[in-house]
Design a protein around this ligand. Sequence first.
Ligand SMILES: Nc1ncnc2c1ncn2[C@@H]1O[C@H](COP(=O)(O)OP(=O)(O)O)[C@@H](O)[C@H]1O
Ligand SMILES: [Mg+2]
Length: 245
Amino acid sequence: MKIECRGLTVRFGQQTVLDRVDIDEPDVRALALIGPSGAGKSTLLRVLGGLLAPDEGAVSLDGRQVIYNERALLKHRRDIGFVFQARGLFPHLTAEQNIMLPLIHAHGQTPEQARETARSLLKRFSLAQDAHKRPYELSGGQCQRIAIARAVAPRPRLLLLDEPTSALDPELTAEVLDMIRELQGENLSMVIVTHEMGFARHACDRALFLSGGRILESGASAELFTAPQTPQLQGFLRKVLEWRA
Ligand SMILES: Nc1ncnc2c1ncn2[C@@H]1O[C@H](COP(=O)(O)OP(=O)(O)O)[C@@H](O)[C@H]1O
Ligand SMILES: [Mg+2]
């Protein structure tokens, strides 16, 4: 998918959270969005996904401009899958029902179709034995994998992931990242906010570095990580990699 943003600006009161953000990514497969806390990463993801309208500027996906009115946004959001940090599942529903619900209510599938889709996804990701468990009966890693399965079940063109592993233990992080990696390709573009620098570097082909509401660097992730240009990215990488073996 082609993602273009022109002069995106978002303000909350006096604070400018996104400051004239330009993005020009002609062929997004896996795009890592990195940067310090408070940089505006989640806000940018929300604007791309049509959950928040920018105060200024424009977004276009595959050459089509996103119109920020409720009617158009309902349709826009149907093409997009979201995965948030944690606790995104409906707590009172089973894994299978969590995946089925949006298919029925937002995508017009029959319960039979939705169940079929849910079952085949759960099977594909080795979660079949968890189909009838509720979130409290599952590990954090399993919950996130089900949240990802739910997000991709309607076959969105774009998957937005906001720190999907930040609440997980390391071994659970690995199983979630493996799943995200496996989903790459197959006509799905993804933008992932992550603090897992190894994943951003090796599993994402492109990366954007956001700091203070501005994009300070963008490019092939291999280059961004090996040759950071700005003191801000150099400092950020030093900090996040400091205690890595
Ligand atoms: N709904 C909101 N109302 C007011 N301020 C917000 C809101 N959402 C985010 N902010 C502020 O915008 C800044 C950027 O937030 P965010 O996009 O969540 O950053 P990041 O995801 O990079 O940590 C932060 O200072 C945050 O407090
Ligand atoms: Mg955030």
